[in-house]
Design a protein around this ligand. Structure first.
Ligand code: PLP
Length: 379
């Protein structure tokens, strides 16, 4: 259906940071399928796991267990336990929006009747299903679909007083991105995250973080919330955890996950053997290469090079989730299109800025090549 606009390029193959189109032209992928391809395209280990698992067992339904779903849940919990000291439980799904739906339903069950509202930030993006869209702080995206589901309110990002003012006895949870990705690559201030945690503790609210774009090492930590040292109650994740295979998950502290009873939530494809085998392989491979450190180092290198370019007014973001603000009122859509012609895939995340989310395995040589293309197009 015509919801995506007309694409400019048709890709047929990818390897690492590289893509090739149907004419055989090579590109560098500095968007990573919208922050999905953390380990690079056609990663040999992930390809091997997908083909072996497809030949062994793909799906049995949640009436039964598999070794793969248990393994992946344990690995995700280990990541979160290392990041927070808390032990939790995992629900698997197939996308970011579904991961947030799970979090939103959990918040309602936790809050109980009459205490179901969720506060999120203006500029946020939480997905396209109706409740995830209602949580998304972009009124223009709601407008065609009125009436929106009840129980959602939005406040200015990075403004603790605005958040405090929005809380009344009907509020059960706060949902925030550690870096607003779709909103323009805007990081939350560390102190703001800590203040949100303190406020949630004071008022008995869940602090839920949407790590769908920031998660799995992209910001230089396994999860974006780690930069501020807070311990969230609920974490939603998707994108990079499948390296292109569709999978999402919601982690919640054990005592919070426990408010769900059998039958409260579900999905036919929750935690298929195939999807969860991929998740385990992604986590193992990211641990092996120390992906958070790679993202931090490469991000710093790329930022320094970008900041030195005359046509760039500033660089923001964390790790390898970055945006370059263009100088002199340059139109990001025009620059995006010219970069694509030159062989660099990026995204105009605002009218005046470009987003970069390359694979965390990007090499310095590839970063140099991208910087040279950007310099030439801006010149
Ligand atoms: N949350 C955040 C922070 C996102 O960036 C996105 C997608 O861009 C989503 C949720 C929705 O994820 P999905 O498109 O997989 O439903």
């Amino acid at each position: 259906m015509p919801v995506f606009g007309a694409p400019q390029v048709m890709f047929v193959r990818g390897s690492g940071t590289e893509l090739w189109d149907s004419d055989g032209k090579r590109y560098l992928d500095f968007l990573g399928g919208l922050a999905v391809i953390g380990l690079g395209h056609s990663h040999p280990r992930i390809t091997q796991v997908i083909s072996e698992q497809a030949a062994t067992l793909m799906h049995v339904s949640n009436l039964f267990a598999t070794d793969k779903v248990a393994e992946a849940a344990i690995k995700i919990n280990e990541l979160l336990e290392e990041a927070t000291g808390a032990v939790g439980q995992v629900f698997f799904c197939n996308s970011g929006a579904e991961a947030n739906e799970t979090a939103l339903k959990l918040a309602r069950k936790f809050g109980g009747r009459g205490r179901h509202a969720v506060v999120s930030a203006f500029g946020s993006f939480h997905g396209r299903t109706l409740a995830a869209l209602a949580a998304t702080g972009q009124p223009a995206k709601h407008e065609p679909f009125f009436p929106m589901p009840d129980g959602f309110r939005h406040v200015a990002y990075n403004d603790i007083e605005a958040l405090e003012a929005a809380i009344d006895p009907s509020v059960a949870a706060v949902l925030l991105e550690p870096v607003q990705g779709e909103g323009g690559v805007l990081p939350a201030e560390d102190q703001y995250m800590r203040d949100v945690r303190a406020l949630c503790d004071e008022r008995g609210l869940l602090m839920m973080v949407d790590e769908i774009q920031t998660g799995y090492a992209r910001t230089g930590e396994w999860f974006g919330f780690q930069h501020s040292g807070v311990v969230p109650d609920v974490v939603s994740m998707a994108k990079a955890m499948g390296n292109g295979f569709p999978v999402g998950a919601t982690w919640a502290k054990h005592e919070i996950a426990a408010v769900f009873r059998p039958g409260d939530h579900g999905s036919t494809y929750s935690g298929t053997a195939l999807a969860t085998a991929v998740v385990s392989a992604v986590i193992d491979e990211m641990r092996r290469i120390d992906a958070p450190t790679l993202a931090a180092k490469r991000g710093e290198y790329f930022t320094t090079k970008l900041e030195a370019l005359p046509g760039i007014a500033g660089v923001r973001g964390r790790g390898l989730l970055l945006a370059a603000e263009l100088a002199d009122g340059a139109d990001a859509k025009v620059v995006y299109s010219q970069l694509l012609d030159a062989g660099l895939v990026t995204n105009a995340v605002t009218p005046t800025s470009l987003r970069f989310a390359p694979p965390l395995t990007v090499t310095e040589a590839e970063l140099d090549e991208a910087v040279a293309m950007i310099a030439e197009v801006l010149a």
